[in-house]
Ligand binder design. Structure first.
Ligand code: AMP
Length: 192
């Protein structure tokens, strides 16, 4: 099974590259941001809870995220693999993911980390906000908070995978296809 953590700041291109990767390798896409947005639009209790954090650009509590991911992994444990997009975003989430996968006799193959300079991230998020309808992309203050939260709470997750020798940096600036080709060659080299 090919289980990839696609890592990077908000606006790094995780969603875009995930779409291409799931097609090429027939993987199950597990985007916690998308799952929360689905709960929001369905008006579930989980969605209402998540909204209070998402609206501020803060992280949803680990226990809530982990429970939601567990359900999704269990429902698709027979797939060819997973792309984890926007998860894990804290070290406790990364630890919980390892535990969940170990229980199923699975493991993470690698972390692919998209590297994009901060000014470019902000530019992309503002552009996305014009078309996506995502309110968290339309407010410069929320964008700044999310990048700050990424630096403080999420960057340590890269260290977690470096220690396991699973960290693969990817240049995240360039054309979508160039970046995708680069990702695929790293997967072929390291993870298959
Ligand atoms: P994203 O679509 O990945 O940018 O996520 C949008 C928002 O959903 C984030 O700003 C967080 O509020 C929340 N969220 C998504 N994934 C996670 C996660 N793994 N842990 C905590 N909060 C998350």
């Amino acid at each position: 099974m090919l289980n990839i953590v696609l890592f990077g700041a908000p606006g790094a291109g995780k969603g875009t590259q995930s779409e291409k990767l799931i097609q090429k390798y027939q993987l199950q896409h597990l985007s916690t941001g998308d799952l929360f947005r689905m709960h929001l639009s369905n008006g579930t209790e989980l969605g209402k809870l998540a909204r209070t954090y998402m609206d501020q650009g803060h992280l949803v509590p680990d226990s809530v995220v982990i429970g939601m991911v567990r359900e999704k992994i269990e429902a698709h444990k027979d797939s060819k693999g997973f792309i984890f997009d926007g998860f894990p975003r804290t070290v406790p989430q990364a630890e919980a993911l390892d535990e969940m996968l170990t229980e199923l006799d699975l493991s993470i193959s690698c972390m692919l980390a998209l590297d994009v300079p901060e000014e470019e991230l902000k530019r992309r998020l503002v552009e996305r906000g014009k078309v996506s309808g995502r309110t968290d992309d339309q407010d410069p203050e929320k964008i700044n908070t999310r990048i700050q939260v990424y630096r403080n709470e999420t960057l340590p997750v890269a260290e977690y995978y470096k220690k396991q020798d699973k960290f693969i940096p990817i240049q995240g600036v360039g054309s979508i296809d160039e970046i995708f080709d680069n990702i695929c060659s790293k997967i072929e080299e390291h993870a298959k």
